[in-house]
Ligand binder design. Sequence first.
Ligand code: HEM
Ligand code: MTE
Ligand code: MO
Length: 473
Amino acid sequence: TSSSPLYSKEDVRKHASIEDRVWVTYAGEVFDITEFIELHPGGSRILLAAGGALEPFWALYGVHKNEHVLEILKEYKVGELNSAEKDEPVDESDPYSQDPSRHPVLKVNSLKPFNAEPPPYMLTENSITQTELFFKRNHLPVPQINPDDYKLVIERPNGKVHDKPLNLTLSDLKAKFPKHEITATLQCAGNRRSEMSEVKLVKGLDWNIGAISTARWAGARLRDVLLEAGYAEGSSQTQHVHFEGLDRDLTGTNYGASISFKQAMAKENEVLLAYEMNGQELPKDHGFPLRVIVPGVVGARNVKWLGKIVVSKEESSSHWQKNDYKGFNPCVDWDNVDFASSPSIQDLPVQSAITEPHPGQKITPDIDGELTVKGYAWSGGGREIVRVDVSVDGGKTWKVAELTGEKQKAGQAWAWKLWQLNVPLPTKSSDVTIICKAVDSSYNVQPDTVAPIWNLRGVLNNAWHRVCVTVDA
Ligand code: HEM
Ligand code: MTE
Ligand code: MO
């Protein structure tokens, strides 16, 4: 209506805390919801939307798709968004100007290239991570790919068939090969790097515990595509499978990585050329229109925006295969590192972390004097999580947490387990250190501290996860 005051997005952004009053927008209208915050059935997380739009948050929490929610909201209307407001002009010279928009709740570790993780407690709200919340790890700008022109190029085996590569369109991939679907967790080698930097500064993005997420992936099996291209099982000429991304840096170099031919061909490894994530076409940030999913293997080999597959006697010569994503002795530093001396990371070690409570949280015990601790646990190579131990006395005594998650076949446990446990709290106010550690089906365990596994690049941190909180009894 014409009588409604008009506000800019900037005006709304200034109202992002209770002191400044909390404003939000929905469908072009502006609301002052300060008085509703205490009444909100979903608690204080409503403040995540303070100063901005409700839509991205309501997309995550479906309970709001309801008339009575809009009825409540209406009571708090204070005006409308100025529709004449122009969006920021696009800077064509910026290679990142075509990057997609992302969910505002993500904690951004780097904007260009885009690297971001969800708030820890949101990671364990669902066994399958909602696509918007799934961590995003890009080394380069997101390439613009027209799905109608898209072709996956697969080089033929030397001397076999003809020299022309096998080219597959997106519809070929969907029509010619059976669709295979798996639930798999993806973890970046740099997950939990920030804890490694507390021991001694490392070079890399400062990931907290959220560079890990789980999705349903569907696509063609890589094995089927390699067989179609003429590769035979067990051939000795063929030791590595290279994946080239269509994302490239200013010098024209593509992202790339490789896995072993054996890994690629083994049916039980379920390596996919995925075109779907959580039942929808792959989003731009996650590799549209096609990416590799190598379940149980470090994120870096799960090449997005896949353009080309090459089979070779050598490993990929990509920087990310040869000079990054490798582990070293804690005494190796940048002045004496020899990247050729370490193998590339493939399967990841056993991992777990506490997502709730968060470090520094002030806790008032519930009426039973208990606190619910939550987290995730996962291991590489298809090894199932068989146990998670939790301590609230710095590791002197341990209790076993309750595990939830999809039951998967032995050796094919690609998905994480979520876990939770009610723990007793001290009856006097004090600081409490909560610790978790997981055990996988090979009885692999996590190291108790970070220092002995410190490495210059800050990868592979799987030490016991510790969260210190203050109990206010
Ligand atoms: C639940 C209203 C913003 C997260 C609810 C419910 C209402 C409501 C009425 C109960 C729904 C039912 O059970 O039928 C509102 C209004 C909002 C708002 C009017 C804005 C002014 C948000 C935001 C978030 C959020 C921004 C998340 C960041 C939740 C969650 C629940 C919930 C998780 C479920 C709680 C549970 O079932 O225990 N909200 N909400 N809400 N809301 Fe909101
Ligand atoms: N593929 C391409 N083409 N370019 C990339 O930058 N990043 C890799 C991998 N695949 C990357 C890529 C790394 S290091 C990780 S951890 C995962 O993608 C992250 O996948 P996600 O963004 O879908 O979470
Ligand atoms: Mo990564």
